[in-house]
Design a protein around this ligand. Structure first.
Ligand code: UFG
Length: 327
């Protein structure tokens, strides 16, 4: 079976990608430093423990497994942390990716699917965010991802390393079978925090800012189910294997939900109370991030199946209950 190197394969999205790859007939080879990933998320193929900032670690993965392609998820991805420690984001994300693509070229691997973000677009009021929108990131996380996108273009031009770039909006939900799911320590993401409050393991949810220029004053995001997201990655991989040109795709549904709307949906779906309080705005947050693109649907044939808020919260809640018992 064809091997695919999955950097960050022990993390939230990477572990779902490993499951999808395995179901699609590939062997996912997880490469992870376990700084934010989890050993029990590695269930679908071999694992190389290593760090992308250490070139010898990556060479070992290529030498031992000779992957035909790469899915590159490994990155630090917290906006609050990036605001506090920009150097950490530039070093880890950009240097790590540079080591990866240089190793790929040297080992003759020519296809990479890259996990980018809508945070590369920045905070653009009343601008439709599609793949031709200019990118003006407002935090070091978005800037580091934008730099890696640029790196991929340069490596294609000179070395023929072909890429599919996916710019995710807000990834949510969990594997419907609850084999893997979202688990961060510390947790900073809205839906798992709301579910912690539902479960009673956290007192409540602080809403970060209620004075934004949105209908209810809270930030608006476009949530996409992790299972749909990784389905797009399989389509992106096949796109490259079919010899099609390098391409970038937004992955969102085009529907925005405010923080308050997400909390209300969680109340409805779990039938439990979610105590909330109002806090200050969080540094680095954009007001509204909603995809305005259907390129992934039109060109890749991507069809999101579970990216409605009810499925995302139901699946996250199912996983949340199992995961809390497991760990
Ligand atoms: N929020 C709260 N209270 C919380 C947690 C979050 O009000 O306790 C708010 C945030 O301020 C934001 C929204 O809920 O307005 C969503 O926040 P998340 O932390 O869940 O997600 P982000 O939008 O900050 O970030 C996510 C990913 C990033 C990605 C980014 C793109 O974590 O990797 O989307 O905007 F880059």
């Amino acid at each position: 079976m064809m091997k695919v190197l999955v950097t960050g394969g022990a993390g939230y999205i990477g572990s779902h990608a490993c499951k999808a790859l395995s179901k699609a007939g590939f062997t996912p080879v997880t490469f992870d430093n376990f700084s934010t990933g989890w050993h029990d998320a590695v269930q679908f193929g071999p694992c190389v423990e290593g760090d992308l900032t250490i070139r010898a670690d990556i060479d070992r993965a290529f030498a031992d497994h000779a992957p035909a392609a790469i899915m590159h998820f490994a990155a630090l991805s917290r906006v609050d942390e990036a605001m506090a420690k920009p150097g950490l984001y530039w070093r880890n994300n950009v240097l790590g990716s540079l080591n990866l693509v240089e190793a790929a070229v040297e080992h003759g691997c020519r296809d990479i699917v890259f996990s980018s973000t809508c945070a590369t677009y920045g905070d653009q009021d009343n601008v439709i965010l599609n793949e031709t929108t200019a990118q003006y990131p407002i935090n070091a996380y978005g800037a580091s991802k934008q730099a890696i996108e640029r790196m991929l273009h340069d490596f294609e031009a000179t070395h023929g390393l072909r890429h599919v770039i996916f710019r995710y909006f807000n990834v949510a939900g969990a594997d419907p079978d609850a084999d893997v799911g979202e688990f961060h320590r510390p947790e900073t993401h809205l839906i798992p925090i709301v579910l912690d409050a539902v479960a009673g393991t956290r007192d409540g949810v602080t809403v970060f800012g209620t004075d934004y220029p949105t209908p209810d004053g809270t930030c608006v995001r476009d949530y996409v189910h992790v299972s749909d997201l990784v389905d797009a990655h399989i389509l992106g991989l096949r796109w490259l294997m079919d010899g099609k040109e390098s391409r970038d795709f937004n992955l969102g549904t085009g529907t925005g939900f405010s923080v308050r709307e997400v909390i209300d949906a969680a109340r409805r779906i779990t039938n439990k109370d979610v105590p909330t309080k109002v806090g200050n705005r969080r540094a680095g947050d954009a007001v509204k991030l909603v995809s305005g693109s259907v390129r992934a649907e039109e060109e890749l044939g991507w069809q999101p199946k579970r990216s409605d808020m009810a499925h995302m919260i139901e699946d996250a809640w199912r996983w949340h209950q199992v995961a809390d018992y497991q760990r």
